[in-house]
Design a protein around this ligand. Sequence first.
Ligand SMILES: Nc1ncnc2c1ncn2[C@@H]1O[C@H](COP(=O)(O)OP(=O)(O)O)[C@@H](O)[C@H]1O
Ligand SMILES: [Mg+2]
Length: 256
Amino acid sequence: MTLSLSDIRVHRDGRAILALDELTLRDGEFTAILGHNGSGKSTLMQVMARQMKPDGGMIRLDDQLLERYSQRELARRMAFLPQQLPEVAGLDVRELVRLGRFPWRGLVRRWHRDDATAVDWALEQTSMANYATHLVDELSGGERQRAWIAMLLAQEAPLLLLDEPTSALDLSHQYECMALLSDLNQSAGRGVAVILHDVNLAARYADRVIALKQGEVAFDGTPQAMLSSELLTMLYGIDINLIAQPGTQRPVAVVA
Ligand SMILES: Nc1ncnc2c1ncn2[C@@H]1O[C@H](COP(=O)(O)OP(=O)(O)O)[C@@H](O)[C@H]1O
Ligand SMILES: [Mg+2]
């Protein structure tokens, strides 16, 4: 799946909160999106996932305008994890994850063995199998986030868009989540775009880093290219050095 945005504008209260000329997520790419709070990351991802209609511009998913896809056609192609997870009163984890199968179930075709396999696999991958019968609303923040990631995986879409999937996770689950996305990217060719706050997670896993500043793209390049730029100081306004990790040569951020 290739997702291309051109001339995208989103205005709120008389100011532009997103202004992009051209931005394309290429097929099978692993992109991390960074930026200060309020830089427009969630707005960008909501526009990409058709959760928000921009005030101007055009978005294509492969060879068709994004707006032309039916709900089901779109859900078969892209899966979106919002930053604010909705409340799901009364649902247990397995029921939530099963919702991820809806694009593959027609009006006629009901539950199928493939659906159960996908649900079990998703629960396993997110270490949530032991929580299958727990109510989602009674989970800890991190478990809830993993339950939602499991739902996203069960959807089996070739393009995954995730808005801060690691924000509530402890350190080991952050790396687990990123390693899982990386594996889906490398072995199954899924495209991944993920909003992160942790520069080191972005540099470790992504092929491409996009940084937003005040709704505009301030950096777009490889993690290695971040090393030679003033990106972090410019983005976060504090003195951060990037050093190349021995072996991978991927950058690691160190606060000066
Ligand atoms: N519905 C809205 N009305 C007014 N301003 C908004 C609205 N949604 C977002 N904003 C503003 O747009 C900017 C970008 O928000 P957002 O995309 O959520 O940033 P990020 O995800 O990078 O933290 C922020 O300044 C935010 O306050
Ligand atoms: Mg956000």
